[in-house]
Design a binder for this molecule. Structure first.
Ligand SMILES: CC(C)=CCC/C(C)=C/CC/C(C)=C/CC/C(C)=C/CC/C(C)=C/CC/C(C)=C/CC/C(C)=C/COP(=O)(O)OP(=O)(O)O
Ligand SMILES: O=P(O)(O)OC[C@@H](O)CO
Ligand SMILES: [Mg+2]
Length: 231
């Protein structure tokens, strides 16, 4: 399947390390979301990723893998998203893991299926922030500089403002979006209602909804229904 990320406005992120019933998966896949992203910062294995992929593949919705560790690289997704944590203090999460993975898979890859994501992690409590030792105390200028680095210097097609676990600063998201020329701005973190989905969709290109899926499915499903005519 050819997947055009430039058309995505809403994405559900499913964590292979968390349980989801067949009924819930059915409703998510048929919700009208633009894609299902499979990923999580910890506990993602080859087996739980294969299992989730095979269940999602019963539906037509595009299904992409956001790779978080080398052991859980599973073929068969429509796209592979590779996080590069621009504000990580530990270079392992900027180029280190990637270097190891490319030593293993470098000659086998279809680069048309691979997209780098310039991650900027802004919630210091998030597992991903702790894992990567992210420098989360950043002001708007700091974030804009990382965003430009991803967009103009590294020609990445995604800048991902990651607040996983909390709803972020929408003014900062809006200002970050303004400095991007080519990259798409993905926003994720704390979207747990239609109202928050609407707020985030007004300032980002694509919104990503994760944790609420597991605590309140009805609210999660509501997030698809924001007004798509604004941006
Ligand atoms: C042959 C074949 C199958 C080919 C395809 C394979 C392929 C595309 C290979 C490419 C090679 C390559 C460059 C791979 C990258 C390898 C790698 C491990 C990179 C590191 C990625 C990284 C920086 C991970 C850090 C953690 C992170 C940012 C994860 C992103 C997901 C995320 C933030 C989830 C949120 O997690 P959550 O669990 O929700 O967190 P909370 O608990 O806080 O809610
Ligand atoms: O889980 P939440 O807080 O919705 O965040 C979504 C996503 O950005 C996580 O990587
Ligand atoms: Mg999560």
């Amino acid at each position: 399947m050819i997947v055009d990320i430039r058309k995505w406005k809403h994405v559900f992120k499913l964590d292979p390390d968390r349980e989801i019933s067949d009924e819930a998966l059915d409703r998510l896949c048929q919700s009208g979301t633009d894609a299902i992203m499979v990923g999580g910062s910890t506990g993602v294995t080859f087996d739980n990723t294969v299992d989730l992929l095979s269940r999602i593949r019963q539906y037509e919705v595009p299904c992409v893998l956001e790779i978080s560790n080398q052991e859980a690289i599973v073929p068969g997704f429509d796209l592979f998203l590779i996080p590069i944590v621009l504000n990580a203090d530990d270079p392992k999460w900027i180029v280190g893991q990637h270097h190891e993975a490319l030593k293993e898979y470098g000659s086998l890859l279809n680069w048309d299926e691979i997209i780098a994501e310039g991650y900027i992690i802004l919630n210091r409590e998030a597992t991903a922030a702790q894992l990567t030792s992210a420098r989360t105390t950043l002001d708007t200028k700091d974030v804009a500089a990382y965003a430009r680095m991803a967009d103009k210097l590294f020609h990445m097609s995604i800048v991902y403002l990651e607040y996983s676990g909390m709803f972020g600063d929408m003014e900062l998201v809006r200002r970050t979006r303004q400095v991007l020329e080519n990259a798409r701005l993905l926003y994720g973190g704390g979207i747990d209602s239609l109202d928050k989905a609407q707020q985030a969709a007004e300032v980002a290109d694509t919104i990503v909804v994760g944790n609420i899926i597991y605590s309140d499915l009805e609210q999660a499903l509501q997030t698809v229904n924001f007004d798509r005519t604004g941006r």
